[in-house]
Design a protein around this ligand. Sequence first.
Ligand code: M6R
Length: 614
Amino acid sequence: MCGIVGYIGDNNVSEILLKGLDNLKYRGYDSAGIALFNNNQIEIYKSVGKLENLKNKMSKIVSETKDSLFGIGHIRWATHGVANEVNAHPHISSNKDIVVVHNGIIENYKELKENLIEKGYSFASQTDTEVIANLISDEYKYALNLKDAVRNALPKLKGAYAICVMCKNESDKFVVARKHAPLIIGVGNNENIVASDLPAIIAITSDVIYLNDEEIAVIKKDSVEIESVDGSLIPLKIVKISMEVDAVSKMGYKHYMLKEINEQPNIVRNLLNGRISDVNAKIKLDEIKIPLDILRNLSKIQIIACGTSLHAGLVGKYLIEDLASVPVEVEPASEYIYRNNTTDANSLVIAISQSGETADTLTAVRQAREKGAYIVVITNRPDSNITRYSDSILNVNAGIEVSVAATKSYTAQLLMLYLFAIYFAEVKGKSDDRISLIKEELLSIPTKMEEILSDDSNIESVADKLSKFKNFIYIGRGVNLPTAMEGALKLKEVSYINANAYPAGELKHGPIALLDEDVPIVSVLIPGYITYDKIIANCEEAKARNAKLITVTSSEDEKLKNLFDVIVKIPSVSDLLSPLLSVIPFQLFAYHISNFLGKDVDQPRNLAKSVTVE
Ligand code: M6R
């Protein structure tokens, strides 16, 4: 995933573009570039690596660029071609008249490229974006104005795009368009800005327009005009956004990841607010728009997601099957889309995606939609692409998550799945004392989360001691097997230490061969669940192979001290609700190890916040 930004106005263009890119850094970060309309020509500046490299380059030429009229910028996460300056955006046509930044993938770029080469255009990069620049340049020869050249080029592009385009002959505007990739226009006072996401816009204006698929906008200093690809004018629909400028600040924390871990209690508190007012009354989930008789008669639910969202889905399976007694299949979206799955017009598909832009999940939802399934989307971005294909949107409202490693969005997704499972059970007439007790306990979760977070120094010192290990095995059972999987994923992502997760009972069926004093076992141990003693037995088997034992537990059992090398206590909690708490020490553990090892916590190598390629 990449980030794009464009600005036109009287303020310092390059400063605004760089600031905007800074606020989009989480979208990708292997190279960056900007193009400025300056002195009646377009000047392009690019750097490989961190955005700081481009900033340094630009800081040396402030006086040369300060009078630029407008510009476009891009922060890249490589898809076509390695991360180098040639492949970095912006890309210029071989006629040197059209300059483009692009987010998305052009699927037919090879055919288009061959055609354009035959027509005499040349290519310097390996990107699909350079094809867009040459294609628009070719159309410009006939249209003689940028807007029509872009409009004529768009139908030839297959795939996904959000583009900002400048033309060397048009000194008062740039043109933007989108299809299956986000693009937002910020409407200011005698200045306008466009970007892939709100954080790049909020410092300039809170009035925004969400551009729709296959719409083109002409952005001038004092006007915005939108047309559809067929040329009809579209009335401007400006909405006020309430996002604070500090929504993307670290608020004094060393890293976004730590800030976001610490935001979890309040996110959960807000999500519960107004939904459970009386534990004996039915839960409120008005966002579910599926007819109740359809819900009551569902014979199965499918959950599709990727990465951390998939782990949330696995917890959801336990919850829904336990509380509503309806079978749930959970599948990575990347698997679901390439097989003859059983989704049909009677299916309910729950898609979970923090960003709402993950390509595999989007394709899965589109496919399910085509088969007539009911779609519930659980997302942190109600303005994202995925919501276009949904019947019901459950907004987890966790606020912008900047750190690439998902933390607060995970617990918010979990909370939403608890609410959905209870709601669904109640729709199916299953409300009873147990459900009231669960609701009561849910209300206590934010305070218990705060208790864990207040004892962070304990986890920090454990992390320091354990950061020397090169391999970890995480184990869990039941509803905490996904917690173990999420713990292992977090550690891998931010510290680059190998960590694998297994159902604790599977250890003896193979992975036990790996165990010795160099492979610590990390477990979750919640008293009250039938497998509590079994997990202890699994850990004893590991201890007999000299493995170090670490556990996250709510148990008060003194005997555990003899078995485990490290015990991280969490407050007393029922097994069913424990995933909301047990994951927090794992998040902190991964964070502190990464920080201790001096890794790039918020922007780990090779990863992007949302993966917009299949
Ligand atoms: O935005 P999504 O929830 O669809 O993203 C899915 C995964 O790419 C994401 O959860 C990824 O695994 C994160 N880096 C986890 O920390």
